[in-house]
Write a protein that binds this ligand. Sequence first.
Ligand code: BGP
Length: 459
Amino acid sequence: MTKEFPKGFLWGAAASAQQLEGASSEAKKAKTVWDYWYAKEPDKFYQKRGPEHTSNFYYRYKEDIVLMKNVGFNSFRTSISWARLIPDGKKVNKEAVSFYRDLFERLNKEGIKPIANLFHFDMPLRLHKIGGWENKEVLEEFYYYAKVAFETFGDLVFDWVTFNEPIVPIEMGYLNDKHLPGIWDMERAMQAGFNTMVAHKKAVKAFKEANIEGGKIGIILNLTPSYPKGENVEDIRAAEIADAFFNKSFLDPAVLGRYPRVIRDVLKTEGIKVNYSQEELDLIKNYKVDFLGVNYYQPRRVQKGDSKSNFKQGFEKYFRSYKWPKAKMNPHRGWEIYEKGIYDIAINLRDCYSNIPWFVAENGMGVEGEEKFIKNGMVMDDYRIEFMSEHLTWLHKAIQEGSNCFGYHVWTFIDNWSWLNEYKNRYGLYRVDLLNQKRTIKKSGRWFYNLATTNKLIE
Ligand code: BGP
């Protein structure tokens, strides 16, 4: 069966500055939290490989753009490094400007639409030291950075994103130890989360002020549809609360300009206070996004909470995760694969979020030990082809039913470094040999080329 996608559909991949560029302390780039953390605690990082061990895109981007062409991309999203563009928070780094301008120019020339993101987990160290998103001064710095980025690259990039997965540094840094500051504190998590939303709104405001002709601004959220264990009231309520905190907490203010009641009720019951001003509430109400990017990897399965649990350190009081017995698991990574989740997201955006234009901004399959699938020099990743194909089948159905989806980006185009996981889980359409940086197309890269250039999924 052939499934055709709408005319002009975006096919491409996502990446991020810290994960792809390398040159982490070169060309006047200032340190980020990741550079700092690695220098301090290398043992935390899988195989002790830190952010300087990436795929060196900073030096290889010209050749890598050719590789993008060879897998049929018509679009590519990456982030600008805040610490590279404005190392001291004031003076714009000319070397960074030349790098990003050349990158965007070349992408445009090759017919690959650049989508630029401002923040992908890489807080400049000097701002982390003054409290990161907890400090309202950092929000002003972000506003300035956004203005500089729009003014400097607004003639080359028309599709902008403020944040990738803004909830991740909050969840992983304030209710876990996988990002800095690495603490368990619900009150601080809520404040940092709220401030992140205000920072996003300030960037949207800066974007409107920059008046980029034909420009659009969005945000990328990792949405995890929440499914209750049973049909009973308690499990259903648990799923509602999980959905509110993990999806609606950013989705609702970004798209609708307000926070869901459920969140306000829970915080009130728990006596958790968030500091805000009327001016901030007005920003939230007035600066809505033009489009949305959705990263989808896996759903959330929940059951009723444990009333004895302490809310100050986690959500278990209201919902706990459980393993669905029928779940299909990614045997090479351990995450659930639930393709229909993408359809449920699409229909929810159609019905509850004014059918906002959106695209799949990340979807992909991480595989540990992928070298075992190499045959005659090529990774025969049929599992990845099946993964994308099944997600696209559900996405196509949702588009047929009226969901306003305009593209599909895979995570990611070449294997890249991933936070504490280093290269543990490979996601690329190209394999990267870490000894010599050689890129080799995988079977999925060939498959993606046909998909993107025909605009059709052929099963
Ligand atoms: C997303 C992030 C990416 C990337 C990806 C894969 O949440 O936006 O930055 O890391 O997940 O995650 P991992 O490498 O942990 O498998």
